[in-house]
Ligand binder design. Structure first.
Ligand SMILES: *Cc1c(COP(=O)(O)O)cnc(C)c1O
Length: 460
């Protein structure tokens, strides 16, 4: 250990006098600067104690501190570039909002608004009133209520209709959705008693029938959105379940998960049951997410028969699960597009990206590669066919034909390249497969390209 060197360690007060730091103080909070300086000094003290360095300059300590400061100044939650091709990427924020939804959220967040004020009467209003009509118009349901997310929606439905009562569910539908949301656990938590019927692969109507008793609160159908059971399988048709519920005067509830409002089979996808279809078939209550296939903000939407939705509106739990004004404003803007399906597909990024054709992706890939080649010499850019995923536990078997750009260089390994792009100022999330770095153009925006070029140009 070098005592001389220890004495050479600068004091925070000294470093604070440095011109660079003085400049930094004009725009950065002092507490962050002091913290960075202290951490840097400690780091050098440790180096000295462990005999890892023989000498250093004050500037070394300063520069290390400035590096730390750069990270501390950035928001923790920040924008990334999604080059994975997974459209509803649960780790990357699920659906992104349309321009109008973003603009509306900004305006409502920064200004006073009529969240709980009825402008017509000058009296107190309800935050739920703003979009109920819009949702019922689009879905055909009698009534609607919006809460924090679909998990909250299911909790509220169970608590309102099935407390201390039994909910009959098929064994094949006791699913776990990402982020440890498990249907059986949510049900237990809500105080509803779970009655599992049928087997993993086959459930019949008589399985439900035979388990109905005086204490049955609901027949629950959960859309198994994130996996498919194939082979020798049988699920009870929604129509039959509704008929049974009506005969026995028991509400039929469906957690449809993704909340598809557009019939994707029209666009060459396998048919995914839509929210409108469930309502048409007479389901009493349907719940779905706002930020999956719907393409809006995080929210849980509950629709169905008025008498049930009214019960939920009066439930004290609703207050704890309530939706925020920013979410509400973004959701209203998003839902308005659905009044005209063409507009929805054009303007809602999630729908637009999923439904963009393979031809469009090819054009995009060629355009991007041209820009890459023009700006960067030391890389090879190869265009190839591949598949994008919908993501978010939606349409798990649907592979969307796409085009990708594969990047390689003699000077750097694929894994190193992936890491550098990921740690870029704006993180660029790519895929590595078969020792190739893959950028799926489907989820990359035109304005992302400059940033990707900038990141790559730092490599060579
Ligand atoms: C995604 C999903 C949920 C959870 O919805 P969140 O909006 O994430 O709370 C519940 N049920 C099904 C079937 C789902 O697909």
């Amino acid at each position: 250990m070098n005592k001389e060197l220890l004495r050479k360690l600068p004091k925070i007060d000294e470093l604070l006098k440095n011109d660079v730091i003085q400049n930094e103080l004009k725009e950065t909070q002092r507490v962050l600067i002091v913290e960075s300086l202290r951490e840097s000094i400690e780091k050098y003290r440790k180096y000295i104690l462990e005999d890892k360095i023989q000498d250093f300059e004050e500037d070394d300590v300063l520069n290390y501190a400035l590096g730390l400061l750069l990270k501390k100044k950035k928001n923790n939650l920040r924008r990334v570039i999604n080059a994975t091709g997974t459209v509803i990427h649960t780790n990357l924020g699920r659906s992104i909002l349309s321009k109008k939804a973003v603009e509306n959220a900004i305006e409502i967040a920064g200004r006073y608004n009529n969240l709980e004020y009825d402008i017509e009467s000058g009296k107190r209003g309800s935050r739920y009133s703003h979009i109920e009509k819009l949702i019922t118009k689009i879905t055909g349901a009698e009534a609607a209520l919006v809460v924090n997310n679909n998990a909250a929606a299911i909790m509220l439905v169970l608590d309102s209709l099935c407390k201390e009562k039994e909910a009959i569910v098929s064994r094949g539908q006791l699913v776990e959705i990402g982020g440890s949301f498990r249907v059986p656990d949510v049900m237990k938590f809500s105080g509803a008693k779970l009655v599992e019927v049928g087997t993993t692969n086959r459930t019949h109507l008589y399985d439900y029938e035979n388990n109905i008793n005086d204490n049955t609160g609901m027949l629950l159908k959960v859309h198994t959105s994130n996996f498919k059971i194939c082979g020798f399988t049988e699920e009870v048709e929604l129509e039959s379940l509704v008929k049974l519920g009506n005969e026995r005067n028991i509400p039929v509830v469906e957690d449809i998960g993704s909340g598809v409002l557009v019939d994707f089979s029209k666009y060459g996808f396998t048919h995914e049951p839509t929210v409108q279809e469930s309502i048409k078939k007479g389901v009493d209550v349907v719940t779905f997410s706002g930020d999956k296939m719907l393409g809006g903000p995080q929210a849980g939407i509950i629709i169905g028969k008025k008498k049930y939705v009214e019960l939920m509106k009066k439930n004290q739990l609703t207050r704890a699960l309530r939706i925020d004004k920013m979410t509400l404003s973004a959701l209203e803007s998003t839902l308005r597009y659905y009044l005209d399906e063409k507009e929805a597909i054009e303007n809602i990024p999630t729908l637009n990206m999923i439904l963009s054709s393979k031809e469009d992706m090819k054009k995009k890939a060629i355009k991007f590669r041209k820009k890459f080649r023009h700006a960067l010499d030391n890389f090879e850019f190869k265009i190839d066919e591949d598949y994008s995923m919908v993501g978010g536990g939606s349409m798990p078997t649907e592979k969307i034909p796409t085009y990708v750009i594969k990047i390689s260089s003699e000077n750097i390994s694929v894994n190193e390249m992936e890491k550098i792009l990921r740690l870029n100022e704006t993180a660029i999330i790519t895929r590595v497969f078969n020792n190739e770095l893959i950028l799926d153009v489907r989820t990359i925006f035109d304005e992302d390209i400059e940033e990707i070029i900038k990141a790559l140009s730092k490599i060579n």
